[in-house]
Write a protein that binds this ligand. Sequence first.
Ligand code: ADP
Ligand code: MG
Length: 241
Amino acid sequence: MPEPGQPSPRIDDQPLVECDGVSRTFGTGQRAVVAVHSVSCRIHAGDRIAMMGPSGSGKSTLLHLIAGLDTPTSGALSWPAMAETVDGLFGSVAVVFQGASLMPPLTVVENVAFPLLLAGMADAPARRAAADALAALDIGDLGQRLPEELSGGQAQRACVARVLASRPRLILADEPTGQLDSVAATHVVEVLIQAADQLGAGLVLSTHDPLIAAHLASRWQMRDGVLDSDPATSVVERGRS
Ligand code: ADP
Ligand code: MG
């Protein structure tokens, strides 16, 4: 208990995610691939992190672990400022997956509203929130289309809209600008940063592109599954406890 007159510890001071020596190996024996090797890091609300690294360096695997969608082979992962259990993460962590992941039979607006309906929101407010998110991504006029009627870039923006509509505490975006030209890519990154600011959320975005990474305050570098950090910008090194 804090002393009288002392401020209570704010929940925001706790990391959203804490990784302690987290590794993920795929396969066994001679075929084993260590996709993520002994990564320790923390992500707080307010962090704006660009995760850089060549193809195959473990970016997607680490993002999936952080999202609670995959389980580490060794090491410990926790979400101190969020739910204590992976089940409780639903709605708190939102992922823009690498490659389009819209559900083909649903219209674009239905795709964006779907997680809100799953979380128990009524149909009309869910559709309104979905329409607002699509408008923020400049694709408000595409809500009634089917995913197959979108270009790759439009589909990618719809996936970003779906994440924003769920108002998460932590946004993980796996190469969200991969299919976009540089103007659209910059727009998507700015929308993600703006949304994270408005929500008071943490943001981790993986990218190959240094120009995209430059929009974010901190840079992480993945090399062969190992997380390196730029000491000048790193939230890994900074340690905020
Ligand atoms: P990145 O996102 O940086 O391109 P990934 O995390 O996708 O890297 O992959 C890291 C390594 O783990 C690669 O060698 C990849 O082939 C391997 N890998 C990723 N997912 C799987 C899987 N489900 N099964 C086997 N190997 C995998
Ligand atoms: Mg990847």
